[in-house]
Design a protein around this ligand. Structure first.
Ligand code: PAF
Length: 285
């Protein structure tokens, strides 16, 4: 497995791979890899000649009061996991080379970026879309795999790729959960013991709403209320939103249909950890 930090070397290496007629799959990450990332790598590994993963804690997608400084960094462990999953190249650019001193070009995806995460984390999706497009330009992958856990991020990237005619196929990977249902996330390590115990209520709520939908309940307000009801067992939890929206446009819906997304963001009471999760209705019973 090769490790490359230099952007020009990465561009040259990927161009050479493509000129040999080989396909490239990309899994962009911010490191602190866990079994969720492992599943993205497995999906990508089976579909390409050369598997590239990027590990880059992207400063431009963190707000001023967010956890950029304390975001977990464990490069040795991450590289071992990548090697075990058959990654060919780990790309680890430096922040000051990705964003040179007078860096001035940003990608803003209107509409789909605006609600939910976009409203609570101003500028977040500008940072995400910009860094992802930079990776696409550097690596020139045939496809890239993103986790369904960041459902709005996926919708934003799909829209950007469509609008800017970027020749990269976007593949969504299902959410990987702990045995008790908590969605895997690099931020779960911030949870206190009691928060960790209560956190499965998030998925219980989403699953309960999904079951109601499967039994014929389409009213968005009733489905969202069902999620909130389950969360009442998690004392002092701050619910930022429970939303029922179209999974491609992220527009709120009054009535749910197959492909509607129920998503949720909460902040835990002790550690102040922000957790997000979602289900696509009709996909789980
Ligand atoms: O989902 C993530 O880990 C990040 O938002 C991404 C896509 C790697 C961009 O920094």
């Amino acid at each position: 497995m090769k490790r490359i930090s230099d952007i020009d070397e990465m561009i040259r290496t990927c161009a050479a791979i493509r000129s040999e007629g080989k396909s490239i799959g990309l899994v962009p990450t911010m490191g602190a890899l866990h079994d969720g990332h492992r599943s993205l790598l497995k999906i990508a590994r089976g579909r390409c000649d050369i598997l590239v993963t990027s590990i880059f804690v992207n400063p431009s997608q963190f707000g001023p009061n967010e956890d950029l400084a304390k975001y977990p960094r464990q490069i040795g462990k991450d590289c071992a996991l990548c090697e075990a999953e058959g990654v060919d190249i780990v790309f680890m650019p430096l922040p000051n080379e990705m964003y040179v001193e007078d860096y001035s070009t940003w990608i803003k995806v209107d509409d789909v970026s605006a609600p939910l995460e976009g409203e609570r984390r101003p500028g977040h999706f500008i940072g995400v879309a910009t860094v992802v497009l930079k990776f696409f330009n550097i690596v020139t992958p045939n496809f890239a795999v993103f986790g369904q856990k960041d459902a709005q991020q996926l919708a934003v990237i799909r829209r950007m790729v469509r609008d800017l005619n970027v020749p990269v196929e976007i593949i969504a990977a299902p959410i990987v959960r702990e045995e008790d249902g908590l969605a895997m996330s690099s931020r779960n390590i911030y949870l206190s013991t009691s928060e960790r115990k209560s956190a499965p209520a998030i998925f219980r709520g989403l699953r309960a709403a999904s079951r109601l939908f499967a039994n014929g309940e389409f009213d968005a307000s009733i489905l969202c209320r069902r999620v909130r009801h389950e969360l009442s067992s998690f004392e002092k939890l701050a619910i930022e939103y429970v939303s029922l929206a179209d999974s491609l446009t992220m527009r709120e819906q009054v009535n749910a249909g197959d492909g509607s997304l129920i998503s949720i963001a909460v902040r835990t009471p002790e550690s102040g950890t922000r957790l997000i999760d979602n289900v696509i209705l009709g996909e789980i019973k």
